[in-house]
Design a protein around this ligand. Structure first.
Ligand code: TRP
Length: 332
């Protein structure tokens, strides 16, 4: 809680490649949160360098990620949108939390295990302590809820453990946050293997529709989507491919499954796939237009970054100051 208001906090890695799974499952609904919560969305550039980055790409993606959030409907007046490295308290609190986190706890994180297999040539300490930096992000703002994908649940649970442990030694330090796991986001599956979740890092780019894909690409990808040998458009067990397309169509158009089955009664998969592609492209068109406008205006994006960093710093400074005092650091 901050000033009697519930707080929602989420972070996103600066990669421009967000998918329609991210969009439908999370981002599209983010704008609703600001009605109930004080909301923070952070572009986590410090987390990004736990794997090697090309500086020019990291810089461009940081702008793009912020722009994409605004383009997807996050109003910078109602939400605090900012870049992690602009608020130095994140790194400082992360150090403190490192001293309250067990080696064993960090070793059990599945993301660490996955990433150290994938980047075996660079298993650095930052990759290992990634979750304590994430805990610092969350705890600095006395966060009540953390909307994340299921893959981040374990990190939020570790953050709770750290907060509870810290509070036991230094009562009243942190709000203990709850994860909110988006359900619909989990339901958007890969177009190439509809038993698997659509993932922005899938090597097969035909399996994934990105928010920034152009209309032709979107239509081509849906045309190639894996379905089954049945011909009728209906939602049923064992029809993972068609079920996924129905879900996507329903999310973009607001139509119910029954509406959709009726609409395509007597029509084949080809017609249906084209309709899904068009609905998706039409829904994303305004987001893409806004994104282009925003990325063409760096000065404006920088002014948003500055405003966001000032807002975030105010709260971050307050929490860090309180924690440093509790720990016994000398204030001058
Ligand atoms: N680790 C998250 C991810 O990869 C990103 C993240 C960083 C985050 N800090 C956060 C998410 C704080 C929620 C809250 O998706």
């Amino acid at each position: 809680m901050l000033n009697e208001q519930l707080v929602s906090y989420s972070g996103v890695q600066p990669s421009g490649n967000l998918t329609i799974g991210n969009y439908l499952g999370a981002i599209k609904n983010f704008s609703l949160y600001s009605e109930k919560y004080k909301t923070f969305y952070c572009v986590v550039d410090e987390h990004a360098i736990t794997v090697r980055q090309i500086p020019a790409d990291l810089r461009r993606r940081t702008y793009e990620t912020l722009a994409l959030y605004v383009a997807c409907g996050l109003d910078p007046e109602k939400n605090t949108l900012y870049v992690q490295s602009h608020v130095h308290e994140h790194a400082e609190l992360a150090w403190i939390l490192n001293c309250f986190t067990g080696f064993g706890e960090l070793s059990r994180m599945t993301q660490f295990k996955d990433k150290s297999t994938k980047h075996a040539d660079n298993i650095n300490a930052g990759l290992f302590t990634y979750p304590t930096l994430m805990a610092a992000d969350i705890l600095l703002y006395q966060t009540d809820v953390v909307p994340v994908g299921i893959d981040q649940k374990q990190h939020v649970e570790l953050c709770r453990d750290i907060a509870e442990r810290f509070n036991q030694v230094y009562p009243g330090s942190f709000t203990v946050p709850e994860p909110i796991i988006s359900k619909s986001g989990m339901k958007i599956m890969s177009l190439a293997d509809p038993t698997k979740k659509m993932s922005k890092s899938d090597e097969n780019t035909n399996a994934v529709v990105y928010i920034l894909d152009d209309k032709d690409t979107i239509i081509r990808k849906f045309k190639r989507a894996v379905t089954d040998s049945d011909t009728c458009v209906r939602f049923a067990e064992g029809k993972d491919g068609i079920n996924n397309l129905i879900t996507i169509y329903s999310c973009f158009t607001g139509k119910t499954i029954e509406d959709i089955e009726r609409e395509f009664d007597g029509k084949g998969y080809g017609d249906f796939k084209l309709a899904v592609g068009e609905a998706c492209a039409d829904a994303l068109a305004p987001v893409q237009t806004k994104f282009k406008e925003l990325t063409a205006d760096k000065t404006y994006l920088e002014s948003l970054m500055k405003k966001g960093a000032e807002e975030a710093s105010y709260y971050a400074r307050r929490t860090l100051g309180k924690i440093q005092k509790k720990l016994g650091f000398v204030k001058i």
